[in-house]
Each structure stands twice: as structure tokens, then as C-alpha cells.
Design a binder for this molecule. Structure first.
Ligand SMILES: Nc1ncnc2c1ncn2[C@@H]1O[C@H](COP(=O)(O)OP(=O)(O)OP(=O)(O)O)[C@@H](O)[C@H]1O
Ligand SMILES: [Mg+2]
Length: 226
């Protein structure tokens, strides 16, 4: 479903080149749960941004469902980011003055969901992440783990096929981290393709496959399908 073909991302700053991602080839099948592991600066976030069409590669291509995202027009890209992929970040990225339910409703405002349905859909998602009793709380009134669950509900509300999570447990204690990982595991069981970035092996082990990257290159790809 996702094919990363000879993808490189080179940043140029003051005449100095950084090969953040260096000729990576990787295929990810539908319903996989894959962890991308590597030390700080190894290119994990860069790779995730390329997969999620948040950034464009210097060379190579990223194919999703047989379509080269580098060749998509703005409308197709907006649809991809809103409907096909759900993003979860280390910093949660919730709107601070907005309740849980309204944070989860946000992605629906860009789609075609009738307004009468938005609230109930968002509520269903918050029930799913076990926050039925925190619908009207602000992010500052929630624990880190709860905020991340709101963020996951928000990522899921458009029913995307793919979830991209960049260090989703990076700001959480170990107990909340395990809760979040169990949630991802359940979502994967329900059919979501999950791509998780982490530098912690205990977290990566929740995935079915671990890809190790270093200096922008894949150095180990357990359970490689190719
Ligand atoms: N916008 C940018 N301009 C220049 N260099 C960048 C830019 N973004 C990232 N880099 C460089 O690219 C390399 C890869 O960065 P990236 O953020 O992908 O690493 P990472 O594996 O996610 O690290 P971390 O675990 O610390 O989040 C780093 O050396 C970084 O300094
Ligand atoms: Mg990163």
C-alpha cells in the first residue's frame, strides 16, 4: 500500500548538505504495524514527513495505493492528509483553549461530514479511547496520556487507513506509554496500518516489524517482505 522508492531528502544550510534520508527503499503493506527506530538525528521524522506528504523528497518517490504523492495536485494532497492518513505527534498538538470534543471535531470541518453528525462521531472516538468522561475538559485539565488519547481520537475521526505516529510516547511516563501502545495495537487489529516512530526498543516491540535506521539509511529490516 505504501512504497518508498529510492527516497532521499537533502537539506542545504549555508552551503552544507545534510542527507537526512539517503536512498531509502521500503514497502509497507496494508494492515501492517511497523516501528521505525533509530537514534536522534537519524532521519525518522524526515521520513515520516515524506510518507505523510508534509514534505517533498529531493529525489525518489513515495507511492500510496499506487499513486505517486509527488504527482498529486493540491486537492488530492489535502484529501490524503485529511482522509487517508491520521497524524499523531509527540507534543499532542491540541488546541489549548478547545475542549476534547471540539479538538476531535476539527478534522471533520474540512471534510464532507454533515454538521449534525460531527459531534456524535467525535464523541464515539473519545469513547473508543476511554475518555467518555472527559469530553468537555481542556487539554490543560488532562494528563499527558489523556491528551495523547484525545490526539489519537482526532487522528482517527476521519477513519483514515493509515496512522503515522512520531514519538507518540515521547512525553509520557511508562504506564501511560503502555496504555497508548495498547491502543495502537487494538487499532491495528481493527485494520489500521500503523507506522510508529520511536527510539525506545520497549515501545518498538509493540509493532509487528521493526525497521532500524541510522544516518538516513535502513540498517536492519526485521521480517522483510521483499
Ligand atoms: N529543516 C531542516 N533543515 C536542515 N536540516 C534539517 C532540517 N530538519 C532536519 N534536519 C537534519 O536532518 C537530520 C534528520 O533529522 P530528523 O528530524 O529526521 O531526525 P530524527 O531521527 O527524527 O531525530 P529525533 O529522534 O531527535 O527526533 C538531522 O541531522 C537534522 O539536523
Ligand atoms: Mg524526530
Amino acid at each position: 500500500m505504501i512504497a518508498i522508492l529510492n527516497v532521499s531528502k537533502i537539506y542545504k544550510l549555508d552551503g552544507v548538505e545534510v542527507r537526512a534520508v539517503n536512498k531509502i527503499n521500503l514497502t509497507i503493506k496494508e494492515k501492517e504495524f511497523i516501528a521505525i527506530m533509530g537514534p536522534s538525528g537519524s532521519g525518522k521524522s524526515t521520513l515520516m514527513h515524506l510518507i505523510g506528504a508534509l514534505d517533498t523528497p529531493t529525489s525518489g518517490s513515495v507511492m500510496i495505493d499506487g499513486k505517486d504523492i509527488g504527482k498529486m495536485n493540491d486537492e488530492e494532497l489535502a484529501f490524503l492528509r485529511n482522509q487517508t492518513i491520521g497524524f499523531v505527534f509527540q507534543q499532542f498538538n491540541l488546541l489549548p483553549k478547545t475542549t476534547s470534543i471540539d479538538n476531535v471535531i476539527l478534522p471533520l470541518l474540512y471534510g464532507s461530514t454533515p454538521s449534525s453528525l460531527r459531534k456524535s462521531l467525535a464523541q464515539q472516538m473519545l469513547v473508543k479511547v476511554d475518555l467518555s468522561n472527559r469530553l468537555c475538559h481542556l487539554p490543560s485539565q488532562l494528563s499527558g496520556g489523556q491528551q495523547q488519547r484525545v490526539a489519537i481520537a482526532r487522528a482517527m475521526v476521519t477513519n483514515p487507513k493509515i496512522i503515522l505516529a512520531d514519538e507518540p510516547t515521547g512525553n509520557l511516563d511508562s504506564k501511560s506509554s503502555v496504555e497508548i501502545m495498547k491502543l495502537f495495537k487494538q487499532l491495528n487489529k481493527e485494520g489500521k496500518t500503523i507506522i510508529l516512530i520511536t527510539h525506545e526498543l520497549t515501545i518498538a516491540k509493540f509493532a509487528k516489524r521493526i525497521v532500524h535506521i541510522k544516518d538516513g539509511e535502513i540498517i536492519k529490516n526485521n521480517n522483510d517482505y521483499r
